[in-house]
Design a protein around this ligand. Structure first.
Ligand code: ADP
Ligand code: MG
Length: 305
């Protein structure tokens, strides 16, 4: 087992950021830690990487406990923190030399060359970090996380703030790296998980609300019975929720809603409802195929109840 997280709770003063979180990660898995802002993703990652201690609970990484063997844990883990804090005034190579020094990397020069090659920094290696685009800064962040050849990579929102091209490049780089390492990346974007991860742990308000393989979650999503309906006039969520067979209604705009079925097909009831309320249905389509929907359902229910 690569990472074991047992009953982790973290309180910041009176606020519980993590509430009894437990899971295990096998060596070689690429895990997406998915959750809305404030869910506790960064806190969990900081605990696994020994940057902050939990209030209670235990984590071990390759058999090394975070309390007694934090130095060993850090050797096994490469970490790209949220917002990738870098020394903007340093040159790319100079920065990597600095990080390699901290980890006492053997054959520093060769290893830095290797990292520059792997992360595609060749053309930028003589520039100052401050002169690089966000996408290239993320490559530097990945290079520093990988420099001591850790077994585990912990990447906190590695693609946030990137433009669509950079996003694809960085995702591909993570996928490539993920072939040989255990990877845990956090994101608030479901598509990212679909694109990169084998398994997803969804966290909301400090608690795990789902832990499934990406394919299981995708099949759950396609069965979820969610229909997007466009009416010709304004409708209220409460009125829509009164439709028989409709478990929930999510407002997309004044006239457009996603309706979630109790079970089975609710189209006929929707039409009957429209007729009774002098509304016209302009369009109606199944939207249950997206995993985004599952994520919204899992994390929204809790936050509104
Ligand atoms: P995420 O990374 O999922 O957005 P975080 O782990 O950053 O979530 O935060 C989880 C919760 O803990 C949030 O409500 C946040 O405000 C709170 N929190 C995070 N860091 C601190 C801190 N240093 N002091 C107090 N509260 C914090
Ligand atoms: Mg965060």
């Amino acid at each position: 087992m690569s990472i074991i997280v047992e009953n982790i709770t973290k309180e910041y003063g009176s606020q519980k950021a993590l509430d009894n979180v437990t899971f295990k990660i096998n060596a070689g898995e690429v895990i997406g830690l998915l959750g809305p802002n404030g869910a506790g993703k960064s806190t969990l990652m900081k605990i696994i990487t020994c940057f902050i201690p939990p209030t209670s609970g235990n984590v071990s990484v390759y058999g090394n406990n975070i309390y007694e063997h934090s130095i060993e844990v850090r050797k096994h883990v490469g970490y790209l923190p949220e917002n990738n804090p870098l020394y903007l005034e340093l040159y790319v190579r100079e920065y990597l030399e600095f990080v390699a020094g901290i980890y006492k990397v053997a054959n520093k020069k060769n290893r830095i060359d290797e990292m520059i090659g792997m992360t595609g920094l060749g053309a930028e290696q003589k520039k100052k970090i401050g002169a690089l685009s966000k996408g290239y800064r993320q490559r530097v962040g990945l290079a520093q996380a990988l420099i001591h050849n850790p077994d585990v990579l912990i990447l906190d929102e590695p693609t946030s703030g990137l433009d669509p091209n950079q996003l694809i490049e960085i995702r591909n780089l993570i996928k490539k790296v993920g072939e040989e390492k255990t990877v845990m990346l956090s994101t608030h974007i479901m598509q990212e998980v679909e694109a990169v991860c084998d398994r997803v742990i969804i966290i909301d308000k400090g608690k795990i609300v789902a832990d499934d393989t990406t394919s299981e979650l995708a099949s759950m999503a396609s069965r979820s019975g969610r229909i997007r309906v466009e009416f010709n006039k304004k409708v209220s969520v409460d009125l829509l929720k009164s439709i028989k067979g409709v478990k929930d209604a999510i407002r997309i705009s004044d006239r457009i809603f996603d309706l979630i079925a109790e079970k089975g097909d609710m189209r006929e009831q929707i039409f009957n409802f429209a007729v009774k309320n002098h509304l016209a249905v302009l369009s109606m389509q199944q939207t249950g195929t997206g995993m985004e929907a599952i994520f919204q359902d899992l994390t929204r229910k809790k936050s509104e109840s």
